[in-house]
Design a protein around this ligand. Structure first.
Ligand code: MN
Length: 424
């Protein structure tokens, strides 16, 4: 299913009057609005290849219909999202769920949709058919050298796939840990994991990075070997300058101050980027911004402040990706909602009066500091985001247009109602 430029223009025409009214109302209050629009247009969020189908839980999976049956169809789906919102210009692949058998053809297809390949994700948390040894008791941390070797070789293979696609980062999430006290020697597990990561690190091409993602718990429920940002930072610091710590919003213990973590990782030049999602209890993988949009704004406030402090390019110097699962929604609609929530939080962060905030902090004016942040947060920036999108060739209301064009119905006609995408 392809959405043509003329269809988007026609759709936008029907909403133009209201957009002009709403946009001018907010734009006149924004300093340097053209700079804000440009930053919004540049910002791109990668879509993970495993989020295009319906996810599930360990209790079951209720597949949707018209799900992509191949990597080609996944690229087409992301291309369609990008045509609508002009903010999803990258796809992140997971190996082995989405092995690119013909990298040149995949690269060409992605280019047709103005997409690039974001970080490559390895998988040593599941056993695959025909695999020699099992990851039941971990992968890079395993006590058996043969298991570690298999996991290291898998990661190196993922780098090779990524090189052929023009990606430049390997993203590693390990399920390694233990379920019961006494099961694992913590120091031994750390050392073995470090040695394994060092072997992977030494296989990185010059311009590549490795991202080490942490997660507090699940599937292991007593200890996780890369369990928090401190442990990840220990690994990435020991590995070297090409190693960075990846923050997944759902991978913290309840009430963790994620914005503070982000601020310090950025200060140290060790923040890889983000896996966006939202949660109420744990790693819920819910739609970005659906539970705690204020936290998302506070995170973006630290991101913008920290990136500006280091003179970084907001769009390209960190990795931005959605990592979510869709159990009850149309995955494509969920992804449109998630990208929109990210753009809104980013736009709000761009509106923060940083000079006034800094003065309030300096003079310990706690009330003013809170007011300044909430002034930005409570601004309805949706017309700004929509304006940036329209100027870039996207739809004023991507979700509205997705429904108007009956995209899901068309995908079901094309692909059938019993398709199941590879993924979780
Ligand atoms: Mn993640």
């Amino acid at each position: 299913m392809k959405i043509e430029q003329y269809q988007i223009a026609e759709y936008n025409n029907s909403l133009l009057k209201a957009q002009e009214r709403n946009y001018s109302f907010v734009a006149e209050k924004v300093n340097n609005v053209s700079a804000v629009l440009k930053l919004l247009q540049e910002f791109q969020v990668a879509i993970p290849s495993w989020a295009l189908g319906t996810g599930g839980t360990r209790f079951g999976r209720f597949s949707g219909a018209g799900e992509p049956r191949s990597l080609e169809e996944k690229i087409e789906d992301v291309g369609m999202l990008h045509a609508l919102n002009q903010s999803s210009g990258a796809i992140s692949l997971h190996i082995p769920w989405d092995i690119p058998d013909n990298a040149a053809a995949m690269k060409a297809l992605a280019a047709q949709h103005n997409l690039r390949f974001d970080a490559m994700n390895s998988n040593t948390f599941q056993d695959q058919p025909g695999q020699a040894v099992s990851y039941k008791y971990g992968s890079l941390q395993h006590t058996d050298k043969a298991v570690r070797k298999q996991a290291i070789e898998h990661n190196i293979e993922v780098i090779k796939y990524g090189e052929a696609l023009g990606s430049d980062a390997l993203s590693v999430w390990l399920a390694d840990g233990s379920c019961f006290p006494g099961q694992l020697n913590f120091r031994g597990a750390f050392q073995r994991t470090l040695e394994s990561l060092q072997e992977i690190y030494s296989a990185l091409p010059d311009h590549w990075k490795v991202w080490v993602e942490y997660k507090a718990f699940e599937p292991n429920f007593y200890s996780t070997t890369v369990g928090d940002w401190g442990q990840s930072l220990l690994f990435t610091s020991k590995l070297g300058p090409k190693a960075y710590t990846l923050v997944d919003l759902g991978h913290h213990l309840p009430n963790a101050n994620i914005e503070q973590i982000v601020s310090l990782l950025l200060m140290e030049g060790k923040l890889a980027g983000f896996h966006f999602n939202d949660s109420k209890y744990g790693d819920d993988d819910l739609t970005v911004g659906s539970i705690n949009p204020y936290q998302l704004f506070l995170i973006f406030n630290e991101l913008v402040d920290g990136m500006n402090a280091r003179g970084m390019n907001h769009a390209t110097d960190l990795g931005w990706m959605i990592d979510a699962s869709h159990n009850v929604k149309d995955p494509l609609e969920d992804l449109l909602q998630s990208v929109e929530a990210i753009m809104i939080a980013y736009a709000q962060a761009l509106l923060v009066d940083t000079k006034a905030l800094s003065a309030a902090q300096q003079s310990n004016d706690v009330v003013a500091a809170q007011e300044i942040l909430q002034q930005a947060y409570r601004t309805d920036v949706r017309p700004l985001v929509a304006q940036a999108r329209m100027l870039a060739g996207g739809a004023l209301d991507p979700l509205g247009m997705y429904r108007q064009q009956k995209v899901r119905e068309n995908l079901i006609k094309e692909r059938g109602s019993k398709t199941v995408a590879t993924g979780l």
